[in-house]
Design a protein around this ligand. Sequence first.
Ligand code: GDP
Length: 607
Amino acid sequence: MAGEAREQSTGKRLRQPIVVVLGHVDHGKTTLLDRIRGTAVTAKEPGLITQHVGASVVPASVIEKLAEPLKKLIPFKLIIPGLLFIDTPGHELFTNLRRRGGSVADFAILVVDINEGFQPQTYESIEILKQRRVPFIVAANKIDKIPGWKSNPNTPFIVSYRKQPQWVQEELERRLWDNVIAKLYEVGFQADRFDRVKDFTRTVAVIPISAKTGEGIAELLAVLAGLAQRYLQNRLRFAEGPAKGVILELREQPGLGTAADVIIYDGVLKRGDLIVTGGLEGPVITRVRALLMPKPLQEIRVAKRELEPVDEVYAAAGVRVVAPDIEKAVAGAPIYVATSEEEAKQLAEKIRREIEALRIKTEAEGVVVKADTLGSLEALVEALRRKNIPIRYADVGPVAKRDVIEAVASKEINKFYAVILAFNVKVLPEAEAEAERHEIKIFRHNVIYQLLEDFEKWYREQIEAERRKELEQLIRPGKIRIIPGYVFRRSNPAIVGVEVLGGVIKPGYPLMREDGKRIGTVHQIQDRGKTVQEARAGMAVAISIRGHVLVGRHIDEGDVLYTDIPEKHAIMWLTKYKSELTDDEKVVLKEIIKIKRKQNPTYAITL
Ligand code: GDP
């Protein structure tokens, strides 16, 4: 606390934390962001620009006003100027807020429907937050849908909660625990309802809210602001110097060509500044021709907000940057202001290296990855690495013929990785044709986890089919005895009655005697007059034996025979397919190996 006071007295200011909203589809991310923006507008703070490009700011004064009834619970004074929310929720855009080894986002709200609990994208959001090391709180949304809940619009959660009957409170606690807190524990996070958290550095705060009725929004904003200024002061210290940011999206600006929507996380960006950013063809050095910001408005629900030129913007900010050549940049690339041509060159080199590091090109086996932006490419590559899926080639852009050629080359090493994973990109027609010709499978999706899941499912099926095929071809252990009095034919082929003592015999299996001598192969098996494809332990069947074999000379009534397993097969049984053997097959295999080792002492010795 003493530190905070000193910061203020020396006049060093903090910028707004940049906040993102993540979570599963339909859990209420968009509704929550609308609600948050609404609070800023209805509070009517004159003179404050609350609308940015791609982002909205909730000023500190609004948060303080909302948190007024919670004074006892959240006793702090805000020294951050507010919170900057990225307007588009979800991790697809979030991935573009990339910053070497982390994120431009300072904090995240993970939205979870308290009634539905964790869903695939909830897990994926947590993975991505972990990967980018972004601290988060959880909004347990839709409390108004808890049976019996009586809504008190726009009141703090604590206030509304106290007004509910006990059974409703208990139901909320149960859902909060089962669907949210317990699930967080399962993925390695200690968590608790925000007002029960003692140490926010160790425990994730969960805030029950309704984005629809506004209940709990006060606590959500207050906790967010409080945590950010308490734990992120170093990150939020504002530098008066040249701006640093990231390109969130490139878009057409009517009459001005392509423009870049940029999030500035440090410093000041001015019209005319020399800026450096990155593209796929190399770094881009240019000058800011115009900076555009939304006109300040009191009314939030205006469909298209008009942009107007401004001279400068201060971090944190979302701004549209118009500059020559900016169309050569790529979303997810850093953008820096340079103070000299010399510095611009150095920054360009730094950016070039950073972007090249994300684009993979090897000669090895692995999948081919194409993504729409640098951020999604980075997230995909990370996710693949975590799953130990090798990558041969990864880049930004539509799937083109050369990508298929890479996959074909990969196929020569390992056919299971000869696929293309296309994230949110088009497949060019000639690439489609080429892929069809070479039987290269292209997986496409605009949800990362879905894309990976589709591929993994296919991969598992291929591996399993391959395994089945290989397994089918292995000769299994089998042990039979020629039943005395059941010789039907002595040769060409010999036909005898046998009982299966262990394992299995099938047509085509070679047989050997107990002394290891090969005596022909099983031709046909008949069980009570019917031809069968196998005979297992306990069965008595008639078999015909093909090969140079004469009953009475090579074999005789009462003899025990084994399947003659080639050494390669025996090794497979002992290693890869051990679990596929039944217990009696295992016993028989041991006996076979013993016989074989009498002739060949190193038979089926595995390391
Ligand atoms: P997103 O896909 O996560 O952005 O979810 P949306 O914000 O689009 O919400 C999905 C649906 O849930 C919409 O029909 C919303 O009206 C509804 N919804 C969102 N928040 C709440 C809430 O707190 N209570 C209720 N009852 N419905 C909600």
